[in-house]
Design a binder for this molecule. Structure first.
Ligand code: SF4
Length: 440
C-alpha cells in the first residue's frame, strides 16, 4: 500500500491526539487513500481531511508549548547508583499524548545530560546517551520540587520583563494560564502586569527629565539591572547554566538552529577562548570548535604548547546563524543585537570560570566584551585590561585579541596566510605564558 508522505507525518501527530475517534478517523482516511482517492489530502474542504488537519495542528501546538514551557530542576535524590551528577527532572501536563512524539527534540537539545520528563500519562527518560526510554504516567507528587536556583531565575525573568512591550493577549496565547502552575516565573506575571503601568510612567518620566536636564547625574540603577540578572545567573553551576541556556529564546537564532552550543572545558580553566558562534558541525554535535576551524585551532594550540583539555572554549553567540543554500547551511555573521542578547550567557560563563586570561578569537567576541568595534589586524597580540565582569570586581581577566581560525581557513590560499598563521601561534604562545600563572 502506498500513501502520501504527508499523511504519514500527519498520522504520527494525530495518533497523539487524545480524542477517542482519532483511530477511526485515521483508518477511514487510510482506506480512502488506498482506494481510488489518492489526492484526498488536497481536498481541504472534505470533513475528514478538515478534522485530520485540525487534530494535527492541535498536537503541533501542544508540542510547541512543551518545547517552550518544560522547566527542568536538578534532582540529586534518585540518581542511578554510582552517578554523582544530578538528574534533571521536569513535570509537565500536556493535553495530548505527546511525550514520545516530542522526546526526540529533548534528546537533541539536552544531549549528554540525564533527564526525565514526568507527565500524568507517560514519562520519558534519557541517560545522556543511547535511546530515550519510557514508563507509565505518575502523579504530580512525583514531580520535582523547586531547586535552589529557582529564586535566581525568578529574579532574572523579572528583570528582563519590559513593561513598554507588554501585550497581555499575545503573552497569554504563548503561555496559556493552564501551564502557569508549573512555571517558576509565572508566579510573577500578575504582579508584573499590574506593575507595568506604574513602571511605564516611571520610564517616561525618566526620559523626560533626562531630556530636560540634557546631562546631569545618572539615575540610580534599578534593582532589576543587568548586574542583578548576572548575579542571578552566576549562582548556578556551569552545567545548570547550560541547561537554562538550552531553552533560551532571547533572540530569534534559537529557532532554526539544532541546539544551544554551550562552552566546554574545566570550570577552573586559567584561559578562556571565545569564538564568534558555532558553525554547521558544532550545531549538529553540540560542541564548540568541533569543525574544520576547530581542527585548525587544535593544530595551532599544539604548536603553541597549549593543552586544549586545560582550556575553556566557548562562543560569544550560542546558536548557529546561517542561511540555507540548497542542502548547505552557510554561516551568517550575527547582528550586534544578537551578540548583545547572548552576552549575559558569556558573562555568566566568565563569572563562573574566572579565567586569568580571555582570548577573543575574532572581532565579534572582541566587540562583545569591549563594547566597541575592533580591527583584529591592528589590535591583536597585545594584552588589554577587560572592564570588570561582575559587580564584586572579582572577575577581571586580562584580554588578548587574535584571529578567528575560520578567518585563517579562508586565507589558506592567499600569500598572507602563512604570516597570519604564524602570528596566531605567537598569540597563543603569549596566552600560554600568561595562563601558566594560573596553572601553577
Ligand atoms: S543566540 Fe544566545 S541569546 Fe540568542 S537564543 Fe541563542 S542562547 Fe539565547
Amino acid at each position: 500500500m502506498r500513501v502520501p508522505r504527508d499523511f504519514l507525518e500527519k498520522a504520527k501527530a494525530v495518533a497523539c491526539h487524545r480524542n477517542s475517534d482519532r483511530w477511526d478517523l485515521l483508518y477511514r482516511i487510510l482506506w480512502r487513500l488506498a482506494g481510488d482517492e489518492k489526492h484526498l489530502l488536497e481536498l481541504h474542504g472534505d470533513p475528514q481531511v478538515l478534522k485530520l488537519n485540525d487534530y494535527a495542528r492541535t498536537v503541533a501546538r501542544e508540542v510547541h508549548k512543551m518545547k517552550a514551557l518544560v522547566r527542568f530542576r536538578a534532582v540529586k535524590a534518585g540518581v542511578a547508583e554510582g552517578a554523582d551528577d544530578p538528574r534533571y527532572v521536569a513535570w509537565f501536563e500536556p493535553d495530548h499524548d505527546i511525550v514520545g512524539y516530542a522526546s526526540g527534540f529533548f534528546r537533541r537539545r539536552f544531549a549528554g545530560m540525564r533527564w526525565s520528563i514526568l507527565t500524568p500519562r507517560a514519562c520519558a527518560h534519557y541517560e545522556g546517551e543511547g535511546e530515550v526510554w519510557f514508563t507509565g504516567g505518575v502523579g504530580r507528587e512525583a514531580g520535582p520540587e523547586a531547586d535552589e536556583f529557582e529564586e535566581a531565575w525568578r529574579l532574572y525573568y523579572g528583570s528582563i520583563f519590559n513593561p513598554a512591550r507588554l501585550k497581555v493577549r499575545a503573552m497569554l496565547a504563548e503561555m496559556p494560564r493552564r501551564y502557569w502552575k508549573n512555571l517558576p516565573e509565572a508566579r510573577l506575571i500578575p504582579s508584573l502586569v499590574e506593575d507595568a503601568n506604574r513602571r511605564l510612567a516611571g520610564m517616561r518620566a525618566l526620559t523626560k527629565s533626562s531630556d530636560e536636564m540634557q546631562c546631569g547625574p545618572r539615575p540610580a540603577a534599578p534593582e532589576t539591572s543587568a548586574s542583578a540578572r548576572l548575579t542571578a545567573l552566576q549562582q548556578g553551576s556551569l552545567e545548570h547554566l547550560a541547561l537554562q541556556a538550552a531553552g533560551c529564546r532571547r533572540c530569534p537564532l534559537w529557532e532554526p538552529a539544532t541546539q544551544t552550543v554551550w562552552g566546554e572545558g574545566p570550570p577552573d580553566a586559567p584561559i578562556m577562548l571565545i569564538g564568534e558562534q558555532p558553525g554547521d558541525q558544532e550545531d549538529l554535535l553540540g560542541r564548540p570548535f568541533a569543525g574544520p576551524a576547530g581542527r585548525l585551532l587544535d593544530r595551532a594550540l599544539a604548536q603553541a604548547g597549549l593543552d586544549r583539555r586545560r582550556l575553556y572554549l566557548t562562543n560569544a553567540v550560542k546558536h548557529f546563524k546561517f542561511k540555507s543554500r540548497g542542502k548547505r547551511r552557510l554561516h551568517e555573521k550575527p547582528l550586534d543585537i544578537e551578540v548583545l542578547a547572548c552576552l549575559p550567557w558569556l558573562q555568566a560563563e566568565m563569572a563562573r570560570v574566572k579565567p586569568l586570561l580571555v582570548v577573543c578569537l575574532g572581532a565579534t567576541a572582541a566587540r562583545a566584551l569591549l563594547g566597541r568595534a575592533v580591527k583584529i589586524t591592528e589590535e591583536r597580540g597585545r594584552l588589554l585590561n577587560l572592564p570588570v565582569v561582575d559587580d564584586a570586581g572579582s572577575v577581571r581577566p586580562t584580554l588578548l585579541l587574535t584571529f578567528h581560525p575560520s578567518y585563517l581557513l579562508r586565507l589558506q590560499e592567499a600569500p598572507a596566510a602563512a604570516d597570519a598563521y604564524e602570528k596566531f601561534v605567537a598569540d597563543l604562545q603569549l596566552a600560554k605564558q600568561v595562563g601558566a600563572e594560573g596553572d601553577e
